[in-house]
Design a protein around this ligand. Structure first.
Ligand code: DGL
Length: 271
């Protein structure tokens, strides 16, 4: 079986890249629902429906373990899928998200206990990060701020363009005005590391910026160590297959840049 990695579009590639670096031997199946991205401005019901379709598709292609490499899907669909759908589909299969592994390391990183979260409107409205932070350390303060223009910039290959600067600076300034004591900013959307060079320009050097790739990769390595029944059935040829719901040629162009390797995707339809 291959490990499934799902995102609304290109963002999950920032997670796959780090997972692949940390666990190079395993086989992966990546699915980007580019035709329906962005998810971040969609309602709870739609994100849940689209994510469940993607999960079923990856299961049908033989994945037994899927990482939702998308905060919006982790915030809005993960719990329902784990609690309601998996017991019916196949209780031995697993779907994991990216929010828990990110929040778990925050107490070790922030000195002031003031965290800033930049994420999609959907993730912010769900308050999933705030709820997780409160469970782990109620003394930490998290200020959640939505960046609705950042995913479209990435999906349209405008992340490095001069026009991106306006919106990168705007949301960072707004966040730091809401809480000037923030010493750690979490990029709570897997698309955002693709804007990192610009984000770094507008965040003061004294503030740490957390991207999720390495955290999720480490947490997957730990999960596989603790679950030999899943680890032992994982194929290990170091292969990656890519699926997209948009044009494969379009996906290949941008994904090859992100992955720093040639990518040849297959177009599929999710129903
Ligand atoms: N990359 C996704 C996330 O981590 C969602 C982006 C979107 O489709 O809005 O939230």
């Amino acid at each position: 079986m291959r490990i499934g990695i799902f995102d609304s579009g290109y963002g999950g590639l920032t997670i796959l890249r780090e997972i692949r670096r940390r666990l190079p031997d395993y086989d992966y199946l990546y699915l980007g629902d580019n035709a329906r991205a962005p998810y971040g401005t969609r309602s709870f019901d739609i994100v849940y429906r689209f994510t469940l379709q993607a999960v079923r598709h990856l299961f049908d292609r033989g994945c037994r373990l899927i990482i939702l490499a998308c905060n919006t899907a982790s915030a809005k669909a993960l719990r329902s899928i784990q609690q309601n759908d998996l017991p019916v589909i196949d209780p031995s299969r697993r779907v994991l998200g990216v929010i828990r592994p990110t929040v778990e390391i925050l107490p070790d990183l922030s000195r002031s206990g003031h965290i800033g979260l930049l994420a999609t409107p959907g993730t912010v409205a769900s308050h999933s990060y705030r709820m997780e932070v409160e469970k782990i350390n109620p003394r930490m303060t998290i200020t959640e701020h939505a960046c609705p223009m950042w995913v479209p910039l990435v999906e349209n290959n405008e992340a490095a363009s001069p026009g991106a600067d306006y919106f990168v600076r705007k949301y960072i300034d707004e966040l730091l005005t809401l809480d000037p004591a923030i010493d750690t900013i979490v990029l709570g959307c897997t698309h955002y590391p693709l804007l990192l060079p610009k984000i770094r320009e507008y965040v003061p050097d004294s503030i740490s910026i957390i991207s999720q790739g390495e955290l999720v990769a480490e947490s997957l390595a730990d999960y596989l160590r603790r679950h030999p029944e899943i680890e032992s059935v994982c194929e290990k040829n170091g292969a990656i297959e890519y699926l997209t719901t948009e044009s494969a040629e379009k996906f290949d162009g941008l994904a090859s840049i992100f992955m720093n390797a040639p990518v040849t995707a297959k177009k599929i339809t999710l129903t």
